[in-house]
Ligand binder design. Structure first.
Ligand code: CTP
Ligand code: CA
Length: 225
């Protein structure tokens, strides 16, 4: 029992994680999306499963293998991702996906054709739901963890998101550094909460995920159990 709580600190804990980009259709052949390989989210899902968590991985379109022992749900759009998140209540929710902030208001039923008269089409965009904020507001007591990929003023923006989305932790990345983030196999992060600031140096996404999963497990036991 004691041994298990040390090696499997997330045993019996339900953890849902979003990963990868979302894809917002323009017409049947085109879409709007974000850069995101999904590697960080998949690595975190794998690490959490190793720590004993019952992991649900809600994945946007990515080219990655499902981590062992993880339940994977594939989605395309932000709306589909939100529906899947609401349908899978958990104790810990981690928003790692690069969700498209906007979608096209009126998706064309047929392929939009070039038209010499009307010129370039104008796309009307509407805002997507904030998945993380919705989960943080609607679930009674889950621990919500966000990511903030920023190109400047990284920690200022991250703290703002921590408060605005009512998160327990936010994991901030500087994506202006091309050695890390996006399609890279490496990443570095600063984890911020109301009263903590912990720096995780640049390392492989697998190793960073392992450290973050342990950190999240500790935070969960100290504040949510
Ligand atoms: N997020 C989400 N749903 C959205 C937008 C963001 O769940 N519609 C989550 C991301 O998964 C991430 C966190 O919120 O964990 C921060 O995402 P980010 O894009 O940095 O924040 P935004 O609030 O969209 O702000 P901005 O894009 O203007 O920086
Ligand atoms: Ca955004």
């Amino acid at each position: 029992q004691l041994q298990d709580s040390v090696s499997k600190p997330l045993a019996g804990v339900r953890l849902t994680i979003t990963a990868g980009p979302t894809r917002e259709a323009i017409d049947p052949v085109r879409y709007i999306s974000n850069h995101s390989s999904g590697k960080m989210g998949f690595a975190l899902a794998q690490s959490a499963a190793k720590l004993g968590a019952e992991v649900t991985l809600i994945a946007g379109p990515v080219d990655l293998q499902t981590p062992t022992g993880v339940k994977r749900l594939d989605v395309e759009s932000a709306q589909e991702m939100l529906e899947a998140a609401l349908a899978n209540p958990s104790d810990i929710f981690i928003g790692c996906a690069a969700v498209a902030d906007y979608r096209v208001a009126n998706i064309a039923e047929h392929k939009i054709k070039k038209n010499a008269q009307s010129g370039a089409p104008q796309l009307e965009l509407i805002e997507n739901p904030d998945i993380l904020k919705t989960i943080a507001e609607q679930n009674p007591a889950p621990m919500c963890v966000g990511f903030a990929a920023e190109t400047r003023d990284v920690e200022t923006y991250a703290i703002d998101k921590l408060k605005r989305k009512k998160l327990a932790l936010i994991i901030a990345n500087d994506v202006s550094n091309s050695d890390i983030g996006f399609n890279s196999d490496n990443n570095a992060a600063v984890v911020l909460s109301a009263d903590e600031r912990v720096v995780f140096e640049q390392q492989s996404k697998t190793s960073l995920a392992h450290q973050l999963a342990h950190y999240i497990a500790n935070h969960f036991h100290q504040n949510f159990r």
